[in-house]
Design a protein around this ligand. Structure first.
Ligand code: ADP
Ligand code: MG
Ligand code: MG
Length: 930
């Protein structure tokens, strides 16, 4: 068997074979083959690299192939490798299938030695240029091929500049550079213990081996681990040997880098920088300040138009924005590298739309080229670019966006200060459902505990407010009303800035820039809707949320949680009264007061969503969530109990104190007297008794309601079964709101959804309430109500009994948060606080199932439920309303298993819209390819 071919000249390599040629090599081949001006060269494959690493030696025959390839270069260029009269110089460049900054740098000007150096001087008549090339080569070869430390070279350069009075590299004369090169050579010998190799082939062989070794260098290995680059993505590095072209041959020479379009704005104009009379990395290294490419139109108009032509050819070929390197040697433009340009989200969107409009890409390509998660950046406020503030601490980026405000340590203070017109940031160890009014009031939320799916994170994301969670460096002392981070003390009222996109917390105020739906984003999302099968709805609990959901393009509300309305501080006392009620009558009286409030809420949402469906979920959480904790109540009760005793002691206090100090000042005694008196008044009015009685009753109820596993306890439809009057009130509120809307000509489209359903009988009983209330309201208002009745599917049994449930439910909505907990038998909080991080770090689980839908387990149950549900009711509408509904991979899965819609928090709606289009386009694309 003949040995594999290790070398491909740029004219022959297959540009699609990035695994073998590396990204840089593959594109050099392509550019050469489509007729762009690329200096001749060849690629040594990654196979050769792997063979070298395996055997710790260059594979047999490789150097013979290298010599033959160099000979071919000599023929193409008319120069000779090591030929003093007309020397061929090359660069040796690494390049794997994935771009990896951790890898080896490039050696330029290889082939120089004392003889070819003199040849170069004679040939160019430019000794300064030649010595400049020589000293660069000695340094690069020494550092990269032989590991001579950079500092040694840099120090020599600094000394020389001092000696000659030069401030910049370009100020150095030919003589100075010649001296520098001699210093460098001495350093080389001192560090390597051997003379600098003069034979160009020896230089080349050492350089190739060094590039191969760099694949297993620490930097490269760390980088691959960090970015999870597997051997399937990139295995070994290729080596590109490329004829040198010189941007440092005078004022008609230059080197530069460019983007075919502006990577920050997407504007369709060539963007980049160049330096005249410079080589290689001078532009990036910042040795001199480069000029914008626009300046070239004046300075070198002919070359500027050549550059524009190059840009057009690159885009026409790659159908993608390119990031390229070029060098101009004595008025001739060469392209040295190209790759797909990395852009920010805004530029991705604008270039997608414009390239499609220009006919450069199809609409499908325009939609597929954007990672949906990128859109998140566009829809939230961001910190004004260019701020130079240093972060105080970093937590988890739990909900994107940026905000500044004054620190408050509890929800009540947040609400109060916000009412006074202040911007506040709620800072807590962790948040609870009863903090909800604080979320409404705050600009952003910071917690010192909890993960990306903690209560704070989920609620903040739902409201589209920035949140940094789990910021463990911050120590909060709520009683003392201050927090401490790394020696800095933050007091209530101090201003901080949060960046929920990065997790950073800054002291003071940093200006932010608002997000906007710019025209290209609107167009792109319209295209997405036109190409998607899945509809995207939003989870929204208030009329304000609903308005925002519409703005983000939601096709309805897939989940309106009624309990969020219960938590409003004006209503909570009534809700508590309902819970504390001992008789059905007492409960009824509280419910009667809640009814008009809920009806108003629903009317608001239906109006904001007129013409689109609104799925209202009946009450779901366990009752105790609306009551204070037992610990809090016990604390308050013990204080109230000490009051009578305290009153007596204060009355006695002046006497007691006089025993110690007969001279006790008069006003001191008076004020103690006043205090005693007002305590006595409280006692007389029995207000302390009333407060005590209320709390004791509440505590009793809290004890009664205590459950070992509240999430698996008395909640959801189970509440509806035991306290049917609560569900009845909610159903009535929904229907009355719908009826009133109808009479006012508003197209309300309610859907009633029952949570936690496990058996058909539960659903049947709620349905019976629905039917009774409906009949009554239709008669009273003289209207015919149109609505759907359906079930959440979030209990394992519901999946298994889907056929039976579908006989009663007109729609299903997967509650994948609870369904994931139930399928894994993990309680989310415990899992995330205790073992889940370990599971993910050690690879027992690949992802957090509460962030990324587990399609293998939970997904199988969903598939069953879809299949069995539709078998019983072919037009069963099926959606998902868990947090997962806004995650692109989950959206794709939902498309694949045939759901009708996904519902997610409003800010995620655009992400889901794009993901839904991509899901369908990928399936169509795969079919077309098959
Ligand atoms: P990197 O991947 O770090 O950009 P490159 O191999 O592209 O490394 O090279 C580093 C610099 O040297 C770039 O500015 C590149 O344009 C320049 N360069 C590489 N090869 C040549 C060559 N044959 N002639 C002129 N400049 C070159
Ligand atoms: Mg490069
Ligand atoms: Mg649930």
């Amino acid at each position: 068997m003949s040995q594999p071919r290790y070398i491909y000249p740029f004219e022959e390599g297959d540009g699609r074979d990035k695994m073998r040629l590396g990204g840089k090599g593959a594109n050099l081949c392509t550019m050469m083959q489509i007729g762009l001006d690329v200096p001749p060269g060849f690629v040594i494959t990654t196979d050769a690299c792997l063979a070298y690493l395996d055997a710790q030696a260059l594979p047999p025959g490789l150097m013979a192939e290298v010599r033959a390839s160099v000979a071919a270069l000599e023929r193409k260029t008319g120069k000779g490798f090591g030929n003093a009269a007309n020397p061929l110089l090359v660069s040796v460049r690494s390049g794997s299938a994935m771009s990896m900054p951790g890898m080896m740098d490039t050696i330029l000007n290889l082939g120089l030695n004392p003889a070819t150096l003199q040849g170069l001087i004679a040939q160019t008549g430019n000794p300064r240029f030649a010595y400049d090339a020589w000293r660069r080569f000695v340094q690069l070869f020494g550092k990269i091929a032989m590991g001579v430390p950079d500092d040694a070279f840099d120090a020599a350069m600094v000394t020389l500049k001092k000696k000659t009075g030069a401030t910049q590299d370009v100020d150095l004369s030919a003589d100075a550079l010649s001296m520098l090169a001699d210093d460098f050579l001495a350093l080389y010998v001192a560090h390597t213990g051997s003379p600098f190799p003069a034979d160009p082939y020896e230089q080349l062989e050492l350089a190739i081996a060094a590039v191969f070794r760099s694949w297993n260098g620490k930097r490269a290995i760390d980088y691959r681990r960090q970015f999870r680059i597997t051997p399937a993505m990139a295995n070994g590095t290729a080596v590109n040997v490329c004829t040198m072209v010189f941007g440092n041959m005078g004022e008609d020479s230059a080197t530069g880098v460019g983007f075919t379009r502006n990577p920050a704005t997407g504007e369709n104009a060539i963007y980049g920088e160049y330096l005249t009379n410079a080589q290689g990395e001078d532009v990036v290294a910042g040795i001199r300040t480069p000029k914008p490419i626009a300046a070239m139109a004046q300075e070198m108009p002919d070359l500027h138009s050549q550059l524009v032509a190059l840009r057009d050819r690159l885009e026409a070929h790659y159908h993608e924005v390119q990031d390229f390197e070029f060098t101009i040697e004595k008025g001739r433009l060469y392209c040295l590298q190209t790759r797909n340009g990395k852009m920010n989200a805004r530029a991705m969107v604008r270039t997608s739309v414009e390239m499609a409009q220009e006919g450069l890409v199809t609409m499908a390509q325009a939609l597929l080229r954007i990672n949906p998660m990128l859109l998140e950046q566009l829809l939230v406020p961001t910190l004004a670019p260019g701020h130079a503030r240093k972060a105080l601490a970093q937590g988890l980026p739990a909900s994107p966006g940026a905000a500044s405000g004054r620190i408050v340590f509890d929800a009540d203070t947040a609400e109060q200060r916000a009412k006074e017109g202040e911007k506040v940031i709620l800072v807590r160890e962790e948040t609870k459902p009863e903090d909800i009014h604080g979320f409404f009031a705050a600009e952003g939320i910071l917690t010192s505990r909890g993960g990306k799916t903690s209560h704070a994170a989920v609620v903040a994301r739902g409201m589209g407010k920035p949140c940094v969670s789990g910021c463990e460096a911050i120590h909060i002392d709520v009683r003392a009303r201050h927090a401490e981070v790394g020696g800095t003390v933050l007091r209530e009222g101090d201003i901080i800035t949060l960046d929920g996109t990065t997790g950073n917390v800054y002291p003071g105020k940093i200006p932010t820039v608002e997000a906007e739906f710019f025209p290209e984003l609107v167009t792109l999302l319209e295209w997405a809707d036109a190409n998607a099968r899945l509809r995207v709805k939003a989870n929204a609990d208030t009329p304000a949320d609903a308005v925002r959901a519409r703005k983000y393009g939601a096709k309805g509300i897939g989940l309106a949680r009624t309990e969020r309305m219960f938590n409003d501080p004006a209503r909570l006392p009534i809700v508590q009264e309902m819970i504390l009620a001992d008789t059905p009558e007492a409960r009824k009286s509280a419910l009667d007061r809640l009814l008009p409030i809920q009806r108003g809420d629903f009317k608001g949402i239906f109006t904001a969503m007129a013409g689109l469906p609104v799925t209202v979920r009946l009450l779901d959480p366990p009752m105790h969530e609306f009551l204070p904790t037992a610990a809090q109540l016990e604390y308050e009760i013990s204080h109230l109990r000490t009051l009578p005793r305290m009153g007596r002691s204060i009355a006695d206090l002046p006497e007691t104190l006089r025993l110690i100090d007969p001279e006790l000042p008069r006003d001191y005694v008076d004020s103690l007297g006043k205090l005693g008196q007002s305590l006595a008044e409280y006692r007389e009015s029995k207000r302390d008794d009333a407060a005590l009685v209320r709390r004791e009753a509440m505590l009793k109820k809290v004890h009664q309601l205590t459950e070992v596993n509240p999430m698996l306890g008395h909640r959801g439809v189970r509440l509806g079964m035991t306290y049917p009057e609560i569900y009845e009130m909610q159903i009535r509120a929904i229907m009355e709101a719908a009826a009133e809307c109808m009479l006012e000509g508003i197209d309300a489209r309610p859907e009633i959804m029952v949570p936690q359903v496990a058996t058909a009988e539960e659903l049947k009983r709620v349905r019976a309430i629905v039917d009774a209330v409906r009949a009554e309201i239709e008669q009273r208002h003289g209207v015919r109500l149109h609505f759907n009745f359906g079930s959440m599917v979030e209990v394992v049994r519901a999946c298994l009994r889907a056929a039976r449930l579908a006989e009663i439910a007109e729609f299903f909505s997967f509650g994948t948060n609870d369904l994931s907990q139930a399928t894994f038998s993990f309680s989310r909080e415990d899992a995330e606080n205790k073992f889940l991080p370990f599971y993910i770090e050690t690879g027992i689980l690949r992802d957090n199932p509460f962030e990324v839908l587990d399609i293998y387990g939970v997904g199988e149950l969903m598939k069953l439920a879809v299949e069995w549900g539709r078998a019983a009711r072919p037009d069963l509408e099926i959606g998902i309303c868990g947090e997962h509904g806004g995650h692109p991979d989950s959206v794709r899965f939902c498309h694949d298993i045939g759901l009708d819609y996904v519902s997610c928090s409003a800010p995620r709606v655009p992400i889901a819209r794009l993901a839904a289009a991509q899901a369908k386009l990928r399936v169509t694309g795969a079919k077309a390819a098959a």
